[in-house]
Design a protein around this ligand. Structure first.
Ligand SMILES: [Zn+2]
Length: 223
């Protein structure tokens, strides 16, 4: 599930796994657990120790993801720490505070920027006049190229390269769906035969498959 792996990545956890993501009234409730047979770092000295037992589940407030509040629920483990000579509560990676929060805030902002850019682009298809669409595209291009998000920048430049063709949509108000569909069928014909040696056979086959030709009467009957 996408949300699970995304949460796992934003938390930057290696020894823990997301077991459940639930949408509640307050936002996202995420349940975590320990990877099986993991050794965990001791909360006071950081040395890895074998898990002895678990404490009662606790909840943590987490940085919002896409503006949605997130709470984490997890039963901390107690580990047998050799240097400390006793059982200690593990070091919990997502309660470290500042440095991680800074990173997450940044990530959140990037997500927000990308989301806003993507959503605002929808508006583009609602224009009726080529001139207005062009003006919008120019504005959006500036926004995307200054977003410091490489995928967005690449997409914006791709739009710029094909700008004329894209804007033709507003002149004709037709999509090239039919042409693309035809192209796809032609490609399938070629793939089905693992390619053709000559153009002539390819063309013949295209007529056969796409041309709705009359079929020969069969001599045999298939029962
Ligand atoms: Zn220790």
């Amino acid at each position: 599930m996408l949300v699970k792996s995304m949460v796992q990545r934003t938390l930057g956890i290696k020894r823990h796994v997301v077991t459940k993501v639930e949408q509640t009234q307050e936002g996202l409730a995420i349940e975590l657990d320990v990877h099986k047979r993991r050794w965990l770092p001791c909360g006071s000295c950081g040395t890895l120790g074998r898990v002895r037992d678990r404490l009662k589940p606790r909840t943590w407030k987490h940085v919002p993801i896409w503006g949605i509040p997130v709470t984490l629920r997890y039963a901390p483990a107690r580990v047998a720490c050799v240097p400390c000579g006793q059982t200690r509560v593990e070091a919990i990676p997502w309660s470290q505070g500042k440095c991680r929060l800074g990173y997450l805030d940044q990530l959140n902002l990037r997500c927000n920027r990308a989301y806003l850019l993507k959503e605002s682009f929808r508006e583009f298809w609602e224009y009726k006049r080529k001139g207005w669409a062009k003006r919008f595209l120019k504005k959006w291009f500036w926004w995307a190229t200054h977003s410091r998000l490489k995928p967005m920048r690449d997409f914006a430049w791709m739009l710029r390269r094909h700008e004329e063709g894209i804007l033709n949509y507003f002149k004709e108000q037709i999509s090239n769906g039919a042409v693309e569909g035809m192209n796809n069928k032609a490609k399938v014909v070629s793939h089905r035969c693992y390619g053709f040696r000559t153009a002539r056979t390819y063309i013949t086959n295209l007529y056969h498959c796409l041309g709705n030709l009359p079929e020969p009467v069969l001599v045999h009957r298939f029962l």
